[in-house]
Each structure stands twice: as C-alpha cells, then as structure tokens.
Design a binder for this molecule. Structure first.
Ligand code: KG4
Ligand code: ZN
Length: 403
C-alpha cells in the first residue's frame, strides 16, 4: 500500500510517500519520497511559533513539497497542461478560500501530472495549531478528491509513538520496520505543545495517565531560551549551552516542580518563572552564568520527566517505554532515561526515535495511517532507491529556498 502523508501541525511542512507492506503483524516501510521544510528560522524572531506565519508558509510550500516528494518517488508523470479546464475548478477555489494562493498551486499540480499510483492520502488531523493544521487537511482532502483516494486522518501524538518504534534496516536509511509493540506500553510524548504520559494496552487504545498543567516541556525550553537570549527553537540551543560547562558546576538551584506529587502530571511554568527571577536577580548576566542556568534548567526538566515516566511504567507494569516528540531529541533526556530504565526496570525496553524522526515529519504519519487502515500489503512494485532521508529532505529544502 502506498501512502502519501502530510504533516503541518506546527512549523514543519512535510510530505512523504511511503510504501507499506506486511500488515499490522509484520509491517515494513519503504520511503519513496520525503520532502520537509522547517520554518524554524522564520519563527526565530518571535521566539516561538507564530500561527498565522506558519499557516502562510505551509500554504506557500505544501504543493511544491508534494511535487518534490512525487518526483523523488518517481511518481510525477507529466501530462499535457490543461490548467484552464481543471474539472471542478470552482470547487477547488472555494475549498481553498481560506488559504490564499493554494488553489492555483493545487490546480497546477493536478493538471500537470497524471494520477500517481498511490492508495491513500494520510494527514495529521490534530492536535496542533489550528490554522496550520487546516492547510494540510485541506490539501489532503483536495488530493483525495482529485485522485479519488481514501483519506486517513492521523493523530499527531500517535504518529510520534510510531516514530519511536521505526527501525532502519537498510544502509541508505530508506527501509524501515516497526519494532513489535509489547503491551502494556507507556508513552512519554514531549513536544512544543504537549507533555503527556499515555498508557496503551493495545494499538489505537490510549489512556491519558498524566499531562502538563501549564506549559509543555518544549515550550519551557523555548521560553527559557528566550529569557537567556538564545535563538528559537530553544531546546537545541539550551542543550548546547548546558553542555559547555561540567555537570554539577552550576551555582544556581532551580525547583523540580511536582517531582514528588502522587499523580503523573507535570508543571513547567513555575520552573520557567524561577529562571526569570534568577536572571533578574543578577546585576550582570555573564555568559558563564547563562550556561550554568541552562545546565541547571535542563537538569531540572529532565529529572522530572524521567522520574514521572519511570513511576508510570512501574505502576502499570509496562513492557515498553516509548518516547516521542521534539524534546526526545534532547541528549540528556535520552541518556538519563536509558541509564535509569536499565537500572530500575531491567525488563522494560526503552524506545527513543532516531534524531531525524524525533521532530515533526510525515513518515511517522504514514506509518500510523497504515495501522489505521489495517490494509493488506504485498503489492509487487519497483521502488526507486534514494540515497537517504536527510539527502532527500535537503534536496526539498534547497528547492523551496530557491523558489
Ligand atoms: O515535536 P516537535 O517537533 O513539534 C511540536 O511541538 O509538535 O517539537 C518541537 C519542540 C520545540 O519546543 C523544541 O524546542 C523542542 O521540541 N526540542 C528540544 C530539542 N530539540 C527540539 N527540546 C530539548 N532538547 C532538544 N535537543
Ligand atoms: Zn510534534
């Protein structure tokens, strides 16, 4: 089954084409196309994602990225240009009336290439930034309409869980399998918009065990970065600075909010405020102090995340701990989780996504969609080999940048 998947829930516009086979028991995935454009640099000036800018950028880039992904997959077969008589042109124009410019791009795409050999369109339907999500959803709906294909809505956080279980099995990084899940499974989802602990007793059945009561973990990294004058996204910037001094050498002490609370909830806004007061309390904030604050902040956030995740896994006898979302790229979190799980829960396995799959991408959306549709695999098709995921994306990014 070939799936064209779209992700626009935050500040990454991503389109992938994935061939899935093996059914839900032995799924495998071949990445045929993977075009991703990150708007992070554009949002940097605002210190966070600015929803209307995100929407505009998604609108500008999504169709060019779709074309790039189709070309990478060898599925963009040109046909005679018939722009003027796209069937149902009025339908598309009104369908995209809230996404200026997209209807024209869209009609140009479908009138210049033949219907590709694809079996379904998948799209992130939420949670995420509403204006951003709608761009992807509307494009997905229009593609499904134009090519008469089923549309599969995917939960973004479920996508992140799948990302953690995807394993690369080929040298070029384009063939993936899915580690078979062992239930019950505890998922820690940590991104710019979410901090959640979920329990899965089987696929597609989730129970929320705990969540943040205020800021998400990634949001806290982004806000603290802003306080320290670091660029957006804050996570990587804070990590780099924190790593520039030896651990344990920080003069500052920050709180570990809700570390000892009995529930599995989190709170990060107090930690951020504590950073703010610490900064305000200094007559002059030296670079060394900034590094010490970053180091202590990262330690505090990671300690709480690890402690609550372990508690959730213990309480529910989890066989697996699966981590997803942008913050799972954090090196300290990865190391601390790995060592703590090994020491305290030696029979529980820990699954953290590869760095390229930890932030938002469309591959995880295709993988989750395959499970949702529960389709039979096994089609015999030739697959165009691409060098690797990063190279494909770099190509897409360069072409968007040159537009
Ligand atoms: O999942 P994601 O790409 O987008 C959504 O929010 O859905 O996550 C982005 C978040 C940002 O807040 C970013 O600061 C954080 O993930 N992040 C990190 C790191 N890399 C990205 N946080 C901590 N350490 C990192 N290395
Ligand atoms: Zn995400």
């Amino acid at each position: 089954m070939r799936i064209l998947s779209i992700e626009t829930s935050c500040d990454e516009t991503a389109v992938a084409i994935v061939e899935a086979r093996g059914g839900t028991r032995r799924p495998s995935f071949q990445i045929m196309g993977d075009a991703l454009y990150s708007q992070a640099n554009l949002h940097a000036q605002y210190g966070g994602v600015y929803p209307n800018l995100a929407k505009r950028e998604h609108g500008k880039n999504i169709i060019p990225l779709t074309r790039i992904a189709l070309e990478q997959a060898g599925l963009a077969h040109e046909r005679a240009r018939e722009v003027k008589n796209v069937p149902e042109a009025d339908w598309y124009t009104s369908h995209f009336d809230r996404e200026p410019g997209v209807a024209e791009h869209f009609m140009d795409l479908i009138s210049t290439i033949k219907k590709p050999k694809i079996d379904a369109i998948a799209v992130t339907s939420g949670p995420g930034l509403e204006p951003a999500l709608w761009v992807g959803i509307n494009v997905a709906k229009a593609l499904a309409h134009a090519w008469d294909l089923p549309l599969v809505p995917v939960n973004h956080m479920e996508g992140h869980l799948f990302a953690a279980l995807l394993q690369v099995v080929s040298k070029n990084g384009m063939s993936l399998t899915l580690t078979p899940p062992r239930f019950p499974l505890v998922g820690l989802l940590v991104s710019g918009g979410h901090t959640e602990l979920v329990l899965a007793k089987s696929w597609m059945q989730y129970e929320l065990l705990g969540a943040t009561r205020d800021d998400a973990a990634g949001e806290a990294f982004d806000k603290v970065a802003r306080i320290l004058g670091l660029p957006y996204p804050g996570g990587p910037a804070i990590s780099r600075l924190a790593a520039s001094i030896p651990d344990g050498s920080s003069r500052f002490a920050l709180p570990r909010p809700m570390l000892n609370s009995k529930d599995l909830d989190f709170s990060f806004s107090g930690l951020k405020t504590a950073v703010l007061y610490t900064v305000r309390g200094q007559k002059r904030l030296s670079d060394k102090m900034k590094a010490e604050i970053a180091n202590e902040f990262e330690n505090a956030a990671v300690e709480v995340l690890v402690s609550k995740t372990l508690r959730a896994a213990e309480m529910h006898d989890a066989h697996m701990i699966v981590v997803g979302g942008g913050v799972s790229a954090n090196d300290r979190l990865r190391k601390k989780l790995t060592s703590t799980v090994k020491e305290k829960l030696p029979h529980t396995t820990l699954h953290i996504p590869r760095a390229v799959l930890s932030t938002d991408n469309a591959i995880m959306i295709a993988a989750a969609a395959y499970f949702r549709t529960n389709a039979k695999g096994g089609q015999n098709t030739t697959i165009r080999t691409a060098t690797n995921m990063e190279a494909l994306r770099a190509e897409g990014t360069m072409r968007i940048a040159n537009n």
